[in-house]
Design a protein around this ligand. Sequence first.
Ligand code: ZN
Length: 218
Amino acid sequence: MITVKTFYLNELRECCHILSDETGECLIVDPGICSQSEQQRITKYISDNGLKPVKLLNTHGHFDHVMGNSFITATYNIPTYIHAADKELLHHVKNTCRMFGYEIENPSDDIVELSEKEPVTFGNSSLDVIHTPGHTWGSVCFYSENEKLCLSGDTLFAGSCGRTDLPEGDTHAMIDSLINKLVKIIKPETRILPGHGTETTMLEELAHNPYLRSSNWL
Ligand SMILES: [Zn+2]
């Protein structure tokens, strides 16, 4: 059984999710930590609950999702999992952060490339990787059909989807990811935990999210 704790971090209110199971092992997903107080909120939750972080996952390489990577990997000595197509964004994140007024350390180069062929495991649990390019080329969603849980990053939001107008965005890829991947793969009863905003369900999104209907994209 996976337990999820969500923290809203940095000025963009990015969602960092910590997933743990009955073994006490945990994953830290998208640590957009930008201050000492945010560092303390995360480390306190982990120590208060006796958790053992084993992997850092990134849904994509945007700075608001990865700016705390260096802190997490240095604190817990764990590898970073990111899709190969977003490694370049991660590589430049120190400079990107500087443009937005944040000073961070370079992220660790202990990187494991995410692939749809290989689920991410921790404790007794595992998450499938769904490659969903569109917001960035290396965007992924993490999905457990058993646990009825999907971390949708900046691909799918409650009532919306991620922007595709940034240099690494692609609207056609986004349509393909939403319509031909998420709609087909994710079961309706699934909890959707996005990278920004509120939690939702696939049932709710199938009923009301205009971006999940191909006719609305024509
Ligand atoms: Zn993003």
